[in-house]
Design a protein around this ligand. Structure first.
Ligand code: HEM
Length: 438
């Protein structure tokens, strides 16, 4: 009798657990199935991200594989762990969502803002939802028209020249006619990360630093601490934000956040007191707060003019810190891949240098915004977000006008993407040789 009861109990438990699992599973995949959206069958908990967990593939490679697998669907579903994500494949749909109808797609994924106890991260544009995002976006948009970005060109030109001066010094002991074994060998991600740091320092925070010549400067150290979100913390905050907060694990380094916040607030106060005007983001945001911004190209590039919201000092600091997150790793990754690919494709580098030499000669080594933007081959080598595009073009232009990139023994060829990384990076490091041009 006891044996039968025990048997019945086990069968009921197994049946119950199976029923719960089936119900949960139907809800899990039902997000897409009920809407007749094609989707890639997920695994429980890890979704379609098993390779991330086992560090077998990088996130960009996983997304690329899923993109190929979902051909020819214009859009399809996948699971980033337990979070359902709609992958948009059709370029026209992407354009509609990100440009034409961008104001209908107000909410970003909870990420930077997942740490609710950090008041500054809650004020960042990417953190805001619905109408709040819309109002902030309308307030900020006139600050980022082509005209306004163009005003920051000279600040980036200064950085381009600073980089050239640094490399001139470092390469002066190397013979320009020596073979590829006698070159200055640099890890380009580290090199370009220092440059994008300096560009953000000058354009977003109004501070001039040289992180190549002064590798340990405070601004660079704080920027590194701010943006170095460990993969495990990132995944933790995506999946279990409450638990992460309960455990007291911060998403953003508090000391670094406070450093940047006080830097911005002090800068605003000094500028207001002394009437300082500098063509940078802080100035634009201060103008936005005073309602002085007129969007020359309202509507043309997704920017609209309208009644925005009144910005506080904290709002301004939050956006400047967000630009650090937005423009630090993205642009240095772009520049790193450019230098690696130029080193491995000498014919492309030669053609680019012909164009750059020409523009430099015609403009006495200091072309203006229009002249850099008119470099067609440079435009073919890079194509990215507007500010990133200007930044990368200026830095690359100054670099290739005086130096060449070369494959050296340490350069990992063929290129493989680092698997255990959420962002795009080269396996083995982007080691490239640099030689002064004769
Ligand atoms: C190659 C360079 C870049 C790439 C590939 C890139 C990519 C992206 C993507 C995919 C998003 C949308 C994220 C989402 O929907 O959650 C985004 C948003 C954003 N990015 Fe970038 N970005 C780049 C450079 C920059 C730079 C240089 C800055 C600032 C200086 C920046 C600031 C921002 C901001 C503020 C947002 C949020 C916009 C909003 O909520 O309306 N990005 N970026």
């Amino acid at each position: 009798m006891m044996a039968v009861d025990c048997w019945t109990l086990w069968v009921s438990l197994v049946l119950g657990a199976t029923a719960v699992f089936i119900l949960w599973w139907r809800r899990y995949v039902g997000v897409f199935a009920h809407r007749r959206v094609p989707y890639v069958t997920p695994l429980p908990v890890v979704g379609n991200m098993l390779d991330v967990v086992f560090c077998r593939k990088s996130m960009p490679d996983i997304l690329n594989d899923l993109y190929q697998k979902l051909d020819p669907h214009p859009y399809a579903g996948l699971f980033s762990f337990t979070i359902p994500v709609l992958l948009i494949r059709d370029p026209e749909l992407i354009r509609a969502i990100t440009v034409k109808d961008f104001d209908h797609f107000t909410d970003h994924m909870n990420f930077i803002n997942a740490e609710k106890s950090n008041p500054l991260s809650q004020k960042m544009l990417v953190a805001l939802k619905g109408k709040e995002w819309h109002d902030m976006r309308i307030t900020l948009s006139p600050a980022f028209t082509t005209m306004k970005i163009k005003n920051m060109f000279m600040l980036i030109t200064d950085i381009g020249q600073q980089v050239v001066a640094y490399l001139e010094k470092r390469t002066s002991d190397f013979d320009v006619s020596a073979g590829n074994e006698n070159l200055l060998v640099l890890e380009m991600k580290d090199f370009f990360t220092r440059i994008t740091n300096d560009v953000i320092a000058t354009t977003a925070f109004g501070i001039k630093v040289d992180s190549l010549s002064e590798p340990d400067n405070l601004f660079y150290r704080m920027g590194r601490d701010l943006t170095a979100v460990r993969v495990i913390v990132g995944i933790g905050y995506t999946l279990f934000p409450k638990l992460m907060q309960l455990l007291g694990i911060p998403f953003m380094d508090r000391t670094a956040t406070e450093f940047f916040k006080s830097t911005v607030i002090e800068t605003i106060e000094t500028r207001e007191k002394q009437g300082i005007v500098r063509p940078d983001v802080i100035h634009l945001l201060m103008q936005a707060r005073r309602g002085e911004l007129r969007s020359e190209e309202a509507g043309k590039d997704g920017s609209t003019e309208g009644k925005g919201k009144r910005l506080t000092n904290d709002d301004i600091a939050a956006q400047a810190i967000l630009f650090f997150f937005g423009g630090f790793d993205t642009v240095s990754t772009l520049m790193t891949f450019c230098s690696y690919l130029l080193a491995t494709h000498e014919d492309v580098q030669r053609r680019l240098q012909q164009e750059v030499d020409d523009v430099m000669k015609k403009n006495r080594g200091k072309p203006d915004y229009e002249q850099v933007m008119a470099c067609q081959y440079l435009d073919m080598v890079i194509s990215a977000q507007r500010f990133a595009l200007m930044e990368t073009k200026v830095v690359l232009l100054y670099l290739v006008s005086r130096f060449s990139f070369h494959v050296v023994a340490k350069t990992p060829v063929p290129l493989q993407i680092q698997p255990n990384n959420l962002t795009l990076s080269i396996k083995g490091g982007a080691w490239v040789g640099i030689r002064r041009r004769s």
